[in-house]
Design a protein around this ligand. Structure first.
Ligand code: FAD
Length: 306
């Protein structure tokens, strides 16, 4: 009998994930709200981080300071750093539950995407991706999304109607288009977006950061020295996370970033929906890429209305 691989996808707010992770830690092990301002590697065996003006010695430093990582720039001065991906994302979590028939859906138009994921409490997160120049901002972001997507198929209008204007976030998407040659330097490990910031087209950036953390912890527990653990971490994590980043970039190029009508016609299913017309879900037509063996993605294609 064939094993069923598809599982329900359930979104959780980032703050809830942070709370769950923090609850598993002894409270005194975490200091928040403090900035690391410097890194001293003059003693290779005792890296020192400066915070609040005072040095902090460590056996190992994990640099997880995000896409604009200052530590990455210091450790790899020749690396060009993050680059604009060509897309901007407006997104929000609905204020109240919305009736949804599936847990996750994506719809593509020409140069745009609208996606949403259901939360266990009935609310949903939605995102609207637009291929555009960097830095474009709207005084009424929700109004801008409504103008662009408000006449799309169900449940897009309902999701927008359930959203408070103040809850809309807007970010230009940056990625490490040039992969790093190493995720370690001395006794420093780069982790998460600092190591491999990627486009969100496969929803994998934070997932890969979590995988990094698990592999690093396992390597430190198994290997006799931090150096051996870091070598193992780099060998295990760099090929996989960089492959996922490439796949995410490809997914964006073949998805919302397509604008050429011919390319869009090749990409789209034979039964595309028109704004305001589609009121029933199309059958699933895109199975998960290898990075998501359990994910079933439902994809629609939306023809721009007149
Ligand atoms: C629109 C969008 C949608 C996304 N959707 C998904 C998704 O569905 N699934 C998914 O898995 N990923 C998704 N991602 C990617 C995900 O948000 C990132 O990959 C993830 O947040 C990376 O985590 P991080 O801890 O490496 O970096 P961050 O979340 O950026 O955290 C870095 C932290 O370091 C802190 N910091 C920076 N410098 C210093 C310093 N000098 N001292 C002290 N602290 C410092 C920052 O304040 C920040 O808190 C999405 C990203 C975007 C933009």
């Amino acid at each position: 009998m064939a094993r069923q691989r598809a599982r329900a996808i359930v979104g959780i707010p980032r703050a809830a994930l942070h709370r769950a992770l923090r609850a598993a830690l002894p409270p005194e092990s975490l200091v928040i709200g403090t900035e690391a301002t410097g890194l001293d590697l003059s003693d290779p065996a005792r890296p020192r981080v400066t915070r609040d003006g005072a040095p902090l010695e460590a056996d190992l430093v994990v640099a997880a300071d995000g896409v604009n990582s200052r530590l990455r720039a210091a450790l790899f001065p020749g690396h060009p750093g993050p680059a604009y991906s060509g897309s901007t994302v407006l997104r929000a979590i609905t204020e109240h539950p919305v009736e949804l028939r599936t847990d996750f859906e994506l719809s593509w138009g020409r140069g745009v995407e609208f996606g949403r994921i259901a939360f266990a409490d009935g609310r949903a997160e939605w995102h609207a991706v637009v291929k555009t120049a960097a830095g474009v901002r709207h005084c009424d972001p929700l109004g801008a999304v409504r103008r662009r997507f408000g006449d799309w198929h169900d449940p897009v209008p309902a999701l927008l109607a359930a959203t408070r204007p103040a809850d809309v976030l807007h970010h230009d998407v940056h990625e490490l288009a040039v992969p790093l040659p190493s995720y370690t330097a001395g006794r420093v490990a780069l982790l998460g977006d600092a190591a491999h910031a990627m486009t969100p087209n496969l929803g994998q950036g934070a997932c890969q950061a979590l995988e990094d953390a698990v592999v690093l912890a396992a390597a430190l527990a198994a290997e006799p020295t931090p150096e051996a653990a870091l070598a193992r971490y780099d060998a295990e994590r760099r090929p996989r996370s960089q492959a996922v980043a490439r796949a995410a970039r490809r997914a964006g190029r073949m998805g919302h970033q397509l604008t050429d009508p011919l390319a869009v016609a090749v990409r789209d299913p034979s039964d595309p929906v028109r704004p305001g017309q589609a009121r029933r879900p199309a059958p699933p037509r895109l199975d998960a890429p290898a990075a998501h063996p359990s994910r079933l993605v439902r994809v629609y294609s939306v023809i721009p209305g007149g």
